[in-house]
Design a protein around this ligand. Sequence first.
Ligand code: HEC
Ligand code: HEC
Ligand code: HEC
Ligand code: HEC
Length: 150
Amino acid sequence: MPPQLKRLLPLFAAFVIVFLIVRQLLIPESFGEHGHYRFNSVEDNKIKELHYAGKDMCNDCHEDQAINLASDVHATIACETCHGPGLAHIELETATSIIKPTDRNFCGLCHALSPTRKSNVIVQVDLSDHNIEQLCIECHNPHMPWELKE
Ligand code: HEC
Ligand code: HEC
Ligand code: HEC
Ligand code: HEC
């Protein structure tokens, strides 16, 4: 073996040792216990506060709205997509503990005319032209948009 290579060998060994020590220090506790992840992260996530309840929970107390929603074009949208997180509302059972989005711009989040969206996926209307004098929900029932109000 050429002498210059021999001199490199201890350097290489030192590098491997430093790597192993640093690796040992950096790997978090419980890593690899049940797979290639930090098992303690499961506990960390379990103690996080919940905010959303899920669609089925709403249906227990609001059967009419659930039936209406399922019958029309908004069937695929979850209650909490429009009404926001509802877990606190379920505990309190008050009207003020939940959002009721009545603004035209709210419907516009999905339906406002935009050249960057495909209009064949979600039907778009020009908010500055489509019945601008009124709120959307004065004509469209938000749970059954094709059930136009009188
Ligand atoms: C345990 C029964 C219960 C559950 C479950 C429940 N609610 Fe309610 N909800 C109520 C009561 C009671 C009211 C108040 C009715 C009133 O004041 O006329 C209410 C009112 C509402 C209102 C009207 C608010 C207003 O300003 O008029 C909305 C919207 C609503 N709930 C949405 C939801 C959604 C979304 C869920 C699921 C996340 C849900 N609720 C789950 C009992 C419930
Ligand atoms: C597309 C958005 C949207 C979705 C999805 C939606 N809501 Fe609503 N909801 C509204 C709006 C907007 C109002 C206010 C209507 C009004 O004041 O005329 C409302 C009103 C209500 C009210 C008050 C009473 C009423 O009928 O006006 C209740 C209760 C309610 N929603 C429950 C639900 C539940 C339960 C679900 C899921 C099964 C749901 N909503 C899904 C937008 C939505
Ligand atoms: C989270 C996105 C979302 C929101 C918010 C939303 N919609 Fe929709 N809407 C949809 C989807 C998805 C459809 C089904 C696809 C379609 O027909 O465009 C739909 C369908 C409709 C249709 C039928 C369109 C057609 O010709 O098929 C009307 C009318 C409508 N929505 C009105 C409203 C009104 C009014 C509001 C506000 C209260 C609202 N939407 C809020 C997503 C949304
Ligand atoms: C004065 C009543 C009225 C108001 C307010 C209103 N709409 Fe409509 N909307 C209608 C009628 C009627 C139709 C069907 C005829 C048409 O396309 O104009 C319709 C059609 C639609 C369609 C389907 C369009 C298509 O090309 O198939 C969507 C989506 C829609 N409205 C969303 C909304 C949204 C979002 C708002 C609020 C920003 C709103 N509407 C406000 C009465 C109304």
